[in-house]
Write a new protein. Structure first.
Length: 204
């Protein structure tokens, strides 16, 4: 094999390698960007939901007779409140009294609202006990959500519950699967074209 031919084949192989690496890195960057976008959306949604609740249901958060209230509105088993908020943010909304779900749009496999169940220990520690907001991937009843939580504080400043806003992670998975398919097809087309060029050069 001529030295010039070897040089051309080596150069083309390097181009193929670089293009494959660029394709993989582009996919990884896009995947990370999608996740960051969802997290930002979750943070924005929880802020909006908290503001809407304050405006729509005036008054302090409080526990009366063992029930969670926002002003004069009883939250326990109040599907109207969470369904309205869920429609606003186009996601799932849950309101907790302490660590227990007392109103939620999340339903189990039988179609029943998942009430009376507890948040994960991580969320309880961070939001309920720590009094801090939380944004990230969280497991809710066996399903992963890109989510945001905000503490609910009573008139005395004590944390008495939480608000959750989330989007099922499987919705992101569908986008990632399409992105992965497009990336693989693009890499395959580049490899084929570059390989064809290499063969043409070799033949010439």
């Amino acid at each position: 094999m001529k030295l010039q031919t070897k040089a051309v084949l080596t150069f083309n192989a390097l181009i193929i390698l670089v293009c494959n690496c660029m394709g993989i890195l582009s996919y990884m960057a896009a995947e990370e960007g999608l996740d960051v976008t969802l997290q930002r959306s979750a943070r924005s949604n929880i802020k909006s939901i908290v503001e809407i609740v304050e405006y729509r249901y005036p008054g302090d958060w409080q526990i009366r007779n063992g029930q969670l209230y926002k002003g004069e509105v009883k939250i326990n088993d109040n599907a109207d409140v969470v369904d309205y908020l869920g429609a606003v943010c186009e996601g799932h909304v849950t309101i907790f009294q302490n660590e227990k779900r007392v109103a939620t749009t999340v339903k189990d496999k039988s179609g029943q609202r998942s009430l009376g169940t507890s948040a994960s220990e991580q969320i309880i520690n961070e939001v309920l006990r720590g009094g801090n907001p939380y944004t990230g991937r969280a497991e809710v009843l066996g399903e992963n959500y890109d989510s945001a939580y905000a503490p609910i504080k009573g008139g005395d400043g004590q944390t008495i519950g939480m608000i959750f806003v989330g989007l099922p992670a499987k919705s992101l998975q569908d986008v990632e699967d399409k992105l992965r398919f497009i990336t693989l097809v693009a890499i395959g087309v580049m490899n084929r074209n570059l390989s064809s060029t290499s063969c043409s050069d070799f033949a010439g």
